[in-house]
Design a protein around this ligand. Structure first.
Ligand code: 8X3
Length: 251
């Protein structure tokens, strides 16, 4: 059995999840790299010396298998699986896309957290980190389905913190703004590379997936009695969801 602290990262085959897995491994964690794609999970796990497990967070059997493999004790859970699909206005909502966003971001987070909670409670200060979004607090046009899912995910985090009060378990939401990650906008815009590039056009230094992983690493590294409820993190060029500076920054 490993004497190192353990971590599970969902959606760890790419983007923010992968960056979190890499960073936690660098910080000495024995990391369970989980995502749907078995080959990608294996690649990341091999790269960081972690453990690979193909897990679809919407599949109860996969989640049960994850809990069984992790065993009795877990120090850190990073709920990252999820993301955005589409920019459809509410009036033209693609309900399949909305359903997928709810199933991955909200129900997937609940399912994995519920399954791993006993192991997290057995750790000294089990820590649950949820990769939320600034979209979980401010709506924007075309964001309907994603914003609704991220608002709901935030409500789960805030509810669980209340329900866990009296235990040593910590729970944090990291809420990033504009992150130019490997796949967020490309997935959201159904593979349209030109449209995805426009999201970041002219913006000096959007956040990277490594920036978000740095925030996660800091939150989990704090003394066990310190709980960061929510960390909102944006690039300097983004002052608010609608306030993005698309030119070089000035003095
Ligand atoms: C990503 C932030 O503004 O694209 O979660 O919704 S935003």
């Amino acid at each position: 059995m490993s004497t190192r602290p353990t971590a599970v990262v969902t959606g760890a085959s790419g983007g923010i999840g992968r960056a979190c897995a890499v960073r936690l491994a660098q910080d000495g964690y024995d990391v369970w790299v989980t995502a749907r794609r078995a080959d990608r999970v294996r690649e990341v796990a091999d790269e960081i010396g972690g453990r690979a497990l193909a897990v679809d967070v919407t599949d109860p059997q996969d989640v049960a298998r994850l809990a069984a493999e992790v065993g009795d004790r877990l120090d850190v859970l990073v709920n990252n699986a999820g993301g955005a699909l589409g920019m459809d206005p509410v009036a033209e909502a693609d309900l399949d896309g909305w359903r997928t966003m709810f199933e991955t971001n909200v129900l997937g987070t609940v399912s994995v957290t519920k399954a791993l909670l006993p192991a997290l409670r057995a750790a000294d200060h089990g820590t649950i980190v949820v990769i939320g979004s600034t979209a979980g607090g401010v709506a924007y046009e075309g964001g309907g389905g994603y914003c609704a899912a991220k608002y709901a995910e935030r409500a789960v985090v805030d509810t669980l913190r209340l329900e866990l009060n009296g235990t040593r378990v910590r729970i944090s939401e990291i809420a990033p703004g504009m992150v130019n990650s490997e796949s967020f906008s490309l997935t959201r815009l159904h593979g349209d590379e030109e449209a995805a590039a426009k999201v970041y056009a002219g913006v000096e230094d959007p956040l990277t997936q490594e920036d978000v992983a740095e925030c996660v690493a800091w939150v989990v590294s704090l003394p066990g009695h310190v709980n960061i409820d929510r960390m909102v993190v944006r690039p300097v060029a983004q002052a608010a969801a609608h306030k993005v500076h698309r030119a070089p920054l000035t003095d």
